[in-house]
Design a protein around this ligand. Structure first.
Ligand code: PLP
Length: 422
């Protein structure tokens, strides 16, 4: 085997949920006759209306003179001009902004965007100072764990817990008494709505974080992979935030286009230019086919429409099934707490004082044919010991209503057993 560099070693590690996915795939493949209810998937469901939209946009593209220009030629690193224009127009009209094309960058998926930012704004400066990547509210997206070449740059903050014990519900809140954003901060990053928890930081919380960052010229990247206007997977009202130091980051993956890899950054021209140069060096530009069909779906308004009419209600109903199934099946006397379902495509369950680790609990669930994702992989950058990290699981909302209901009933039985009520 070739000798790896520090970066090589860092990047060839399986981080977070990718390590667990290996176990899940092997379990599903084992083929020892057991049927599994798979509540682990992060892949969105193919909704017929959404697939049809992308088919229609493709048919239009194929029939147009644009086709050769789109797939047979290189383009600009910043992105395909008609897509950039469609986004600027849509956002200016929708949110009363004054975006020009220089405020927008298209990347091959939003994961790439976080990788650029992590290594352009996080890590060691030319004078040797460590600039931190601050995750203000842990748990958060497991993929943030792999984006930096300098692992010590990633710092996450433990949340405050807002608990309604009698209702068996809770919500994470940023702990402003602990959160530090200062001259050692490279940039701030959080998902809103949040994968894995379904949390949506309130407008006030977002403004407070942005205000802490402003005096230090710290960019605040708001990962809006599940936000409005597409895929609109917020179940609670939220206003997308814009501002001098805010970079609004989007993804078309949950709007039915994960295979085409389209990410979008909207922000200050200078920040966008840094990210664009990073992209030029890395991959020149994103695939233009995905960008060209996205331009059509956004300019016509169809993508925003289908997001609120089809995508949002589909997953919101699934969350309701999780909620009602747990309320019916779970033992009242056990301190189980479901995170408020404010968005995204997951439910997040906290089993307070769980007598096993989340990994052991995951194994117990596998024995009854249910697969979830153990929660401990969703705390990238949080170094302190905190029992809570081993007391949570993520439940995907991509299974059918029936599967979710049965899955929650089986889970409730296992919970009763492990807390030794049964
Ligand atoms: N951010 C969040 C919160 C996600 O859940 C995901 C994917 O699941 C991503 C970013 C990466 O998405 P993509 O690279 O497909 O845009």
């Amino acid at each position: 085997n070739p000798v790896l560099t520090q970066f090589g070693a860092q990047m060839s590690q399986l981080t977070g949920v990718r390590a667990i996915m290996k176990d899940i795939i092997e379990t599903l493949r084992a083929g020892d006759g057991q049927e599994f209810i798979n509540l682990s998937a992060g892949n969105p469901v193919i909704l017929p209306e959404v697939e049809q939209l992308w088919r229609d946009c493709t048919a239009e593209l194929l029939a147009s003179n644009e086709y050769g220009e789109v797939v047979c030629r290189y383009g600009s690193s910043q992105g395909y001009q008609p897509l950039i224009e469609a986004i600027a127009q849509d956002f200016n009209q929708r949110y009363g902004l004054k975006l020009s094309d220089r405020n927008i960058l298209i990347t091959p998926g939003s994961q790439a965007l976080y990788f650029y930012a992590a290594n352009a704004f996080g890590g060691y400066t030319t004078s040797g100072n460590l600039k931190q990547i601050v995750l203000p509210l842990s748990p958060d997206y497991t993929g943030y764990g792999g984006v930096t070449l300098i692992p010590e740059a990633l710092v996450a903050y433990k949340p405050a817990l807002d608990i309604d014990a009698s209702a068996h519900r809770f919500k994470y809140r940023p702990d402003f008494s602990q959160l530090e954003i200062n001259e050692t901060t490279g940039f701030v990053l959080f998902s809103r709505p949040c994968n894995p928890t379904g949390n949506v930081l309130t407008d006030e919380e977002v403004q407070k974080i942005a205000a802490l960052a402003t005096p230090h010229n710290v960019p605040v990247l708001i990962d809006s992979a599940y936000a409005s206007p597409f895929p609109a997977l917020n179940f609670t009202d939220m206003t997308p935030a814009f501002g001098d130091n805010i970079v609004h980051c989007m993804s078309l993956s949950k709007a039915g286009l994960p295979g085409e890899r389209v990410g979008i950054a909207i922000g200050d021209e200078q920040v966008i230019r840094v990210l664009e140069s990073f992209q030029t060096n890395l991959c020149i530009h994103s695939s233009r086919y995905g960008q060209a069909i996205a331009a059509r779906a956004i300019a016509s308004g169809a993508l925003a429409e289908i997001s609120t009419q089809v995508i949002r209600p589909y997953y919101q109903e699934k969350f309701t099934v999780v909620e009602t199934s747990l309320d019916q099946a779970m033992p009242q006397e056990i301190p189980w707490l479901l995170h408020r379902g404010e968005g995204a495509i997951f439910a997040w369950l906290w089993l307070q004082d769980l007598p096993l680790t989340d990994w052991e609990f995951y194994q117990r669930l596998k024995q009854v044919g249910v697969i979830v994702v153990p929660g401990s992989s969703f705390f990238p950058g949080l170094r302190e010991d905190w029992p809570h990290k081993q007391q949570c699981i993520r439940i995907s909302l991509t299974a059918s209503n029936e599967e979710i209901a049965i899955g929650m009933q089986r889970l409730a039985k296992v919970v009763a057993e492990v807390y030794q009520l049964a």
